[in-house]
Ligand binder design. Structure first.
Ligand code: ATP
Ligand code: FE2
Length: 331
């Protein structure tokens, strides 16, 4: 019998609702993002955004899916990691819906959901995942019942680095896509700190150095070009080592920064050198959205997991490797 899951994502500044069936069909995936005028995201404003827009997005998702509220079998929500106020508002909406409809509530790890939606789309079984977004930069592989973080940023995430640099260069938010476009006009390569430490990466030194290039009147296209080449080259090195070490045969690129074509090109090169398969999650599923939460909710629920409202407090620091992946125990 088909199970229909409504998934709610709201870990940061985006609020999304997706409806997905147990066959993996995405019936709808609606979302809205709070765009900060300047500076970063204010957690309180993000949570206000979620509570104001939440009911509308939920109705839109249900309508678009062509179902009624009574057709929904489970409510899944992003329990963490993320900003406390955003997570609490999202969880409150999810609990209310689950109680009102009298159906199970399933708590989903946001990072794990980015991986599983990629596996659904690519049909990959067991990839090395390069998960790159505004808040996260991780190279992950499944081992011993959990998604292990083989390498990650020691300071800021790659998307955050691009957004902060973009702000400095006078670009709008999010800056990642703008930097990608402008980098195509870059001609000269400028040295920036290439910082891979073991399997981990660091982007804060690159950010400082790129700002310095700007103050020295290096052209913006050259800065964008150099930042992309070096930042993505670092990721390629870590991904390459993870593949060599784990001997896995698939590389999955997911998260908002996965929309970048140059990064995709570089990782395609890695996969060809190692003769492994490569998949970049399609743009509509790469960033934060509810379908990934809905789908992960189904996997968890089918494996026998749900959570009571009383125990569903949010987990702002929930790590990728902190969850037993019960639906993959056979791997
Ligand atoms: P998470 O909570 O997983 O950290 P997030 O809140 O950052 O996610 P996402 O939608 O996954 O949200 O990612 C947004 C990031 O992706 C932003 O930093 C944005 O600049 C970056 N991004 C989007 N498109 C591109 C692109 N074409 N090239 C580089 N970066 C991009
Ligand atoms: Fe995300």
């Amino acid at each position: 019998m088909t199970t229909i899951s409504l998934g709610i994502e709201g870990t940061a500044h985006s609020f999304g609702v997706g409806i997905v069936t147990s066959e993996g069909k995405i019936l709808s995936n609606e979302w809205d993002m709070l765009k900060p005028d300047k500076g970063g995201i204010h957690p309180r404003e993000a949570s206000r955004h979620h509570s104001e827009i939440g009911p509308t997005i939920i109705s839109e998702a249900v309508n678009k899916a062509g179902i009624g509220f009574r057709d929904i079998d489970i409510i899944a929500f992003s329990r963490g990691p993320g900003l406390g106020p955003s997570l609490r508002t999202t969880a409150t909406i999810a609990r209310t819906l689950a109680l009102k409809l009298d159906i199970p509530l399933v708590d989903v790890n946001h990072c794990v959901a980015h991986i599983e939606i990629g596996c659904l789309e690519s049909k990959f079984n067991d990839p090395v995942t390069v998960y790159v977004s505004g808040g996260n930069t991780q190279v992950i592989a499944f081992a011993g019942g959990r998604f292990r973080t083989f390498g990650e940023t020691l300071d800021i995430a790659i998307g955050n680095m691009l957004d902060v640099l973009g702000r400095e260069l006078g670009m709008g938010f999010p800056a990642g896509p703008i930097i990608e476009t402008i980098a195509k006009d870059g001609e000269n390569y400028h040295n920036l700190p290439y910082s891979v430490k073991g399997m981990d990466l660091s982007y804060s030194g690159m950010l400082t150095a790129a700002k310095k290039l700007h103050s020295e009147n290096v052209s913006i296209p050259d800065i964008c070009f150099s930042v992309q080449e070096i930042a993505f080259g670092m990721l390629a090195e870590v991904a390459e080592r993870a593949v060599a070490h784990t001997k896995k045969s698939e590389i999955l690129l997911t998260g908002g920064v996965a929309r970048n074509n140059r990064l995709t090109e570089i990782l395609t090169g890695v996969s060809e050198r190692h003769e492994v398969e490569f998949h970049r999650v399609s743009p509509s599923l790469a960033g934060d959205q509810g379908a990934m939460i809905a789908w992960n909710g189904i996997l968890q629920y089918k494996a026998g997991h749900q959570i009571s409202v009383e125990n569903s407090h949010v987990l702002p620091k929930w790590r990728t490797d902190d969850q037993d992946i019960i639906w993959r125990q056979s791997l």
